[in-house]
Ligand binder design. Structure first.
Ligand code: UD1
Length: 336
């Protein structure tokens, strides 16, 4: 298996995955119209991968165009990242989220049928567990309705894949349920691009440390956790990228499977802020604010299935992830 279609391969997780794929001898065919990325990231991915990938700019919601540009390639598998991912924005423009994330997925599946591509890796999220009853979730923890339109697109994406499997064509899918990807490539050349005020915790912390934001607001300090702040499973984005390479090597043994992509360890928001201050040597002013609606108190992954069946586990520490996130933020400031 060599040629892999990677939709959204210049986005945050996609760009790190393209670099990992090339390192492992795959040839990614990247489809990304850069709407949530930039030519600079495209160039940087080229630099990190000796340009050993193909990039095509096309909107995956335009099925005819997608089919036309991909017909010259003989593709063995697909990793489907291309989707909108801001929880907050998804409340403001839900139709855009459903239209883009679901039409995109269905077009790519249609393409798999037409081109007889049999292997598929889907970017899912721990949001499919909703507000779970257990703190640590297993892949067979019952799914619950998510809190946001973004979350629903992931939940429905998994459902569409399950239904697609009822057709008799042999097709194998792995859904990777990401927990909280953070950090950046250690080179500082690629990382997460936040447009406007960041929603996510780590970009907000690095922007505060850089002086762009006055202070961080920690949303809630009265949760039933040891320090009162929420607990999440933060994982280095390069570990998430490597999980895709493992998934590609594994896909095919069962028709449809899900794997948790986390570290297996919960870290509180306050702990994370303090660890960031320790590794960067900087002060991050913070205040406590109201709880953010839709946040669950505590969720972290059980990763035994990923370890044993996928042969993958996170290798990098929280400290490394935060150091790389800060390195990336500093590079971004130099280029502005
Ligand atoms: C959300 C999504 C998840 C998605 C991830 C990355 C849900 C339930 N979760 O995770 O699917 O993959 O984003 O896009 O939809 N916090 C603060 N102050 C801030 C920002 C965040 O205290 O300024 C806290 C939050 O309250 C939360 C924690 O930090 O407790 C992590 O928040 P965030 O980075 O936004 O990720 P999640 O909401 O966990």
């Amino acid at each position: 298996m060599k040629h892999v279609l990677v939709t959204g391969g210049i986005g945050y997780i996609g760009s790190h995955t393209v670099v990992s794929l090339v390192e492992q001898g795959f040839h990614p065919v990247v489809v990304d119209d850069l709407r949530n990325s930039s030519p600079t990231i495209l160039t940087a991915v080229g630099k990190l991968s000796n340009d050993l990938f193909t990039h095509i700019s096309v909107d995956i919601c335009d099925y005819k165009a997608l089919k036309r540009v991909l017909s010259p390639f003989s593709l063995d598998a697909v990793i489907h990242f291309a989707a909108y991912k801001s929880v907050r924005e998804s409340f403001d423009i839900p139709l855009h989220y459903y239209q883009n994330n679901l039409t995109g997925l269905m077009n790519v599946l249609e393409l798999c049928q037409t081109f007889k591509i049999r292997k598929f890796v889907f970017s899912s999220s721990c949001t499919v567990y909703g507000s779970p009853n257990e703190r640590q979730v297993f892949e067979n923890t019952p799914k619950q309705l998510p809190e946001s339109p973004y979350g629903f697109t992931k939940w429905m994406g998994e459902q569409i894949l399950a239904d697609f499997h009822r057709n008799p064509t042999p097709f194998q899918t792995i859904c990777l349920r990401y927990f909280n990807p953070i950090g950046a490539h250690p080179s500082g050349l690629i990382g997460e691009l936040s447009v406007g005020i960041p929603n996510n915790l780590v970009p907000y912390i690095t922007q505060t440390a850089a002086g762009i934001r006055k202070h961080l607001t920690i949303f809630g300090n009265n949760y039933p956790t040891p320090d009162g702040t929420c607990i999440r499973d933060f994982i280095h984005v390069c570990d998430v990228a490597d999980a895709h390479v493992s998934a590609l090597k594994h896909v095919g043994t069962k028709p449809l499977e899900a794997f948790n992509i986390g570290t297996g360890k919960g870290t509180s928001v306050l702990d994370l802020v303090q660890t960031f201050m320790a590794v960067s040597g900087l002060d991050v002013p913070y205040r406590y604010g109201e709880r953010r609606s839709g946040d669950v108190a505590e969720i972290f992954a059980n990763v035994e299935k990923s370890k044993h069946e996928l042969g993958w586990e996170a290798q990098r520490t929280l400290e490394q992830a935060l150091r790389d996130a800060w390195n990336w933020e500093q590079r971004l400031q130099q280029h502005d």
